[in-house]
Design a protein around this ligand. Structure first.
Ligand code: ADP
Ligand code: MG
Length: 233
């Protein structure tokens, strides 16, 4: 239908722009970051240290945006797929996100999974990016530090896996749920609005699906169905 076509046009336009911009920005960004770090090491002035810290934080923000652009523009042919132990992958992401949860005083991220082995033929780096982004969103949505975030991994059938990330955070109204995957849609002061768009791209490139189930004020569950194999990979 018309809105689907419009959405695709918008996506491919953003993708083309992204490819160009991301490549141009990446090298100077790496260089500027390197020199800022050198100044930080050389300095023994508290004021300069504070300023450099701000510069490094802002550079980090630019770096996040550029990386997300790179993912969006990365064509499907560049996927590097291999047989991946999904249980190990998810645990590793959770481990990696721990400092973030500690920072917010959140209790922990709980990982539920049975003893079975979950192997999927996928691009582990891309799937890691997806799960990291979704957990990051869950952390950002949670303000009550007694609430935990639950990540679960199951077999839906022989051919696909179900990954669910549940938070008891602010939730999303029906109206806003329609816009989640739009590029640059964000409700955060420092958000890029590119995270979910990237997640959707990656999951669709894996012939999977991603959907939100959310209630305002109650929390959110993101469901990903990931085929273990696909003809396109
Ligand atoms: P960003 O995180 O940079 O804002 P995303 O694409 O990751 O961009 O998310 C887009 C928007 O979707 C967020 O700004 C937020 O409003 C909403 N959102 C995503 N995940 C959640 C969640 N778990 N709970 C509540 N709102 C969410
Ligand atoms: Mg995000």
């Amino acid at each position: 239908n018309a809105s689907k076509i419009q959405e695709l046009e918008k996506l491919s336009l953003v993708g083309e722009l992204a490819a160009g911009i991301a490549h141009e920005i990446r090298n100077p960004l790496t260089s500027v970051t390197g020199f800022a770090q050198m100044i930080k090491e050389l300095s023994n002035d508290e004021t300069i240290d504070n300023y450099i810290e701000i510069i490094l934080n802002e550079l980090n923000q630019i770096n996040t945006i550029v990386n997300q652009f790179m993912f969006i523009s990365k064509p499907k042919e560049n996927m590097e797929t291999r047989n991946t132990d999904m249980k190990a992958l998810v645990s590793q992401v959770i481990e990696f996100m721990k400092p973030q949860t500690n920072l917010k005083g959140l209790n922990f991220i709980k990982f539920i999974s049975s003893d079975s082995i979950f192997t999927a033929h996928c691009d582990p780096n891309q799937i890691t990016q997806v799960i990291m982004n979704l957990i990051q969103n869950a952390i950002e949505a949670t303000t009550d530090s007694t609430q935990k975030i639950v990540v679960s991994l199951k077999n839906t059938n022989e051919n696909s896996l179900l990954i669910e990330i549940t938070d008891k955070g602010c939730g999303i109204s029906q109206e806003r749920q329609k816009r989640l995957f739009e590029p640059f849609y964000t409700t955060k002061e420092k958000g890029t609005g590119l995270g979910l768009m990237m997640c959707k791209r990656i999951i669709e490139n894996h012939d999977g699906t991603i959907e939100f189930n959310s209630q305002l004020g109650k929390g959110t569950t993101v469901r990903i169905i990931l085929p273990k194999f696909s003809n396109h990979r």
